[in-house]
Design a protein around this ligand. Structure first.
Ligand code: F6P
Length: 192
């Protein structure tokens, strides 16, 4: 059966600083993950003809640098747009926009950042991507935390309103294989 490999980008300079969004480069640890990735997926990909999808952001493109498969960039895989909060830390958001901070915690799935997006918006913009993933070829998707939560919830049959709270760790490849009785999951964690 065909499989889907999912990974967040390697740690970025913004991840290190606790800042949301942006278009930062990978940190040294993130670059080490990019270097480890071919070895991490080698056993499970074997000689399959996979296609590699990333967002249009530097951190995902840098993460797949050492992988030699056909590559495609999708704007629809860019991280959830935090609007006026882009580039801030959670602490800064709590100080500057206390009501927004609380509203998001109360209803994280529906909360839409001012001039940005909600998880519900992301699920809608991912529809064509998920349709393409359903067509059945082997695909590796290297994208962002919020995006992966929605994709993972779809394939694992988790209600979408629970996706904003799901744990998608850095430096880990999640391999999903849809089967008749449900989706089989394997995780490969890099020691970085
Ligand atoms: O902190 C990394 C990050 O991918 C941010 O760019 C993004 O805004 C955030 O995680 C999404 O997580 P949450 O929806 O839990 O804030």
């Amino acid at each position: 059966p065909r499989s889907i490999w999912l990974s967040r980008h390697g740690e970025s300079e913004f991840n290190v600083l606790g800042k949301l969004g942006g278009d930062a480069n990978l940190s040294p640890r993130g670059m080490a993950y990019a270097e480890a990735l071919p070895g991490l997926v080698k056993g499970s990909v074997g000689n399959k003809d996979i296609t590699l999808w990333t967002s249009t952001m530097k951190r995902t493109i840098q993460t797949v640098k050492h992988l030699n498969y056909p590559k495609k960039q999708w704007k629809a895989l860019d991280e959830l747009d935090a609007g006026v909060c882009d580039g801030l830390t959670y602490e800064e958001i709590e100080k500057k926009y206390p009501e927004d901070f609380r509203a998001r915690d109360d209803d994280k799935y529906n909360y839409r950042y001012q001039a940005g997006e909600s998880y519900r918006d992301v699920v809608i913009r991912l529809e064509p991507i998920i349709m393409e993933m359903e067509r059945g070829s082997d695909i590796m998707v290297v994208t962002h935390q919020a995006i992966l939560r929605c994709i993972y919830a779809y394939f694992m049959n988790v209600p979408q309103d629970q996706s904003p709270w799901m744990e998608i760790p850095l430096h880990t490849v999640i391999k999903l294989t849809p089967r008749a009785y449900g989706t089989q999951e394997e995780r490969f964690k890099a020691n970085i």
